[in-house]
Every structure is written in C-alpha cells, then in structure tokens.
Design a binder for this molecule. Sequence first.
Ligand code: FAD
Length: 404
Amino acid sequence: TGPVIIVGAGHGGYQVAASLRQAGFSEPISLINDEAHLPYQRPPLSKGYIKGSAGPESLMFRPEKFYQDQKIELIAGRAVSIDRAAHKVLLASGATLPYGHLVLATGARNRLLDLPNANLPDVRYLRILDDSEALRQIMPSKTRAVIIGAGFIGLEFAATARIKGLEVDVLELAPRVMARAVTAEVSEYFQDRHREAGIRIHLGVQATSIEAENGKVTGVSLSDGRHLPADLVVVGVGVLPNIELADEAGLPVAAGIIVDEYLSTADPDISAIGDCALFTSPRFGGSLRLESVQNATDHARCLAARLTGDKKPYDSHPWFWSDQGDDKLQIAGLTTGYDRVVLRGDPARKAFSAFCYHGDRLLGIESINRAGDHMFGRRLQSMDRSITPEHAADESFDLKSALA
Ligand code: FAD
C-alpha cells in the first residue's frame, strides 16, 4: 500500500490509524490534525464536559505515548490540496506528504447563521473542544440563553444551561424538536421534559435578528414578531460536510464525498469515511451520509480491514445516543421512513421505546431510559431478525425469546 495519510484526526481518522496498527499494518501512518489537541471524543462536548470541570485530557482517546509507541505520526496542520497524479498532499505549512493511500476523514463544520451580529463573541457554536471550553468559561457570567435549533446538540446544551441556572429559550423552525431524526412520540416526550425543567421551547419560528449594544448581545427577534432578551446565543442549525479538498481534487462530491460500498472514492487510492462521506449502502438501498460516532468508527474499521487485505462492503447497523438532562435517548437502526410506531413501556413513567415499522418491517427502535430495549434492538438487527408490532407492544412478551 505504501504510507497511509489520514486527513482529519477526529473519531474516524483516529480509529483508522488505531485499527490499521491493530491489524498489523507496518507501513508509515500519518494523521493530519488541524485541532490543537490530541485526538478526542466529541459527544461529551455538549454533555458531561460542558457541565463538569474535568480537563481536556479527560476527552482524549489515548495519551501521546500511544501514538509514539504505535508509530502513528501526528502532524499538526491543515491539508489544503491533493495532487492525485503525484500522490501527494499539500499542507498549509507548505510541506508535501507522499501517500500510498489517502484517507479523507474531514468531518463536518457548523452551518453558520446568516444574520447581522452573528459573529459577536456572545454568539456561539458547538463543534470542537475549544467551543465547549469557551462556553464553559462564559456561562457563569450569563443569565439568559437563546438556543437556535432544537436538534440533538441544541437540546443537550439547553438542558445543561438550565441546570447551570440560566434562563433558556429554544427556537425551532420545524413543528417539533429533533424532527428529522426521531418520531413524533419521542419529540413530544422531550418537549415535555425540557418544558418541565423550565426551558421555553418555541416551535415553528425562526430568529430574524440578533440585537446587540456595544458589541454585547441583548436579545433575539423572532419571525412571529416576538423579542426574547438574551446575553448568550448558541446556534445548532446543522452541519456541512467538509468536501472541498475532494472536490478541488476532481473527485465526485454531492451532499458528501461520494464513495462506494467499500468507502472508496472514484480514485482507488483515496477513501473517505465518517461525517464527510456519502456512501453507497446495499443494506439501505441508496446513498447515505450519517453523523454519528458509530458510523465514523465502523467506517474506519471497515477501511482498515480493506487496507490490510480483508475487503468487505460496509454493512454495519447504525446506532446513536443523546443525553438530555436526566434522559438518555438511544436509537438502534435508521427509523426514517416509518409508517407505523408501536410503543413499549410508558412515557408517563419516563421509560419507553418507540418501535418503528415500515409495513411489517422493523426499521429501528428509539429508546428512552430503556437500555435493555436498545441492546435488544441492536442484537436483533445484527441477527437480521425482526419482531412483530404485537409482540413489541406487549410488555409481557419476553424480548429475549426473539433472539433465541
Ligand atoms: P470529526 O470527528 O468531526 O473529525 C474531523 C476532523 O477533521 C476535525 O478535527 C476537523 O477539524 C479535521 N479537518 C477537517 N478538514 C481538515 C483538513 N483539511 N486538514 C486537517 N484536518 C481537517 N454522535 C453520536 O453518535 N452520539 C453523540 O452523542 C454525539 N454527540 C455530539 C456532540 C457534539 C457537540 C458534536 C459536535 C457531535 C456529536 N456527535 C455525536 C457526532 C459525532 O461526534 C460525529 O459524527 C463524529 O465526530 C464524526 O467523526 P469524523 O471523524 O467523521 O469527523
């Protein structure tokens, strides 16, 4: 293969390097890292990390010694272009690195709010460790946060800000929270829970302007004419995949870097994984781009296997989680496209699962504080089995018998 260069040292990039070494790959590996930290876990940035007081080292996958011992060269900097003919990557520093195989694990970046005053220091985003660190530091001096976007990150942050004693308003354009990702039943549960915690959720509205005085945010105006006072705005309106490196190198891109079921781009010596990759999925019949730790790390493992001689199409089962206040949401499978939802357990008891079906086919399970159902769902899917809606809804039916 020759040297492997990995662009991006997030979940996917780190995992390819680690899995290659685990599989006995002995050629040079370089991990190009444009963040000023050792590779770290992103999910706690909007959860435990921002709530607590642990230092950045608590997030690191591995200490520095691991990279030395494993001969994984961490290169600080940013890749700016790819010379495919010469098999070289150019860094912003001017250095060029030859590759045998190039892995694009560039992730995604925040979609920015296109409003005046959106670049003031009181308007924040949450993607990288420095964002989380900055929010943790400024939160104690703030009293009223407006969160724009009720996706996973916006709601996780909202719950934390409320626990920290801030007044919190959440704005969402859709008629329900997390609308693109979960069933209406689960959206409603979380809306109720966040409201019980004292968070005001405004649905079907958008921010039309951010007001400020002397460079400090004073409030947000809404499309329905209302005005909310605020001294902190946190924006979580989705991400854009980092496809530019691939695009400028002439590789096909669309809503992601286009790769086949082996995660290879149109150039056999360049692969793309994780949040930036739009991959062909025989299982789901079409192209998918997912934003999850599971997807990035399983992509990485699949690619590392291919580069060490075990070529198989990517076929892992998606799963995901989100912690919001005291509630843990876990999703097994991909629930989009369902036409029937069956509940097991009771939202009023704060523990239930939504089994999502298309016809008789189980697409996935959204579990709230029901880790057992989630693990059941993952095992069931790994065995390519299903369970009838009647059994799913019947709490006296022992789920384990569906696995036997
Ligand atoms: P990333 O981890 O984003 O890594 C990409 C890296 O590439 C970044 O460091 C980026 O700076 C770098 N990079 C980009 N371009 C270049 C370049 N040209 N040169 C060098 N480096 C470059 N997922 C879950 O499953 N569960 C959760 O609870 C969850 N919570 C999350 C909370 C937050 C706050 C965020 C931001 C994400 C969360 N996610 C969660 C999503 C998950 O973190 C991502 O899906 C995952 O990190 C994707 O991994 P990746 O390697 O594709 O990209």
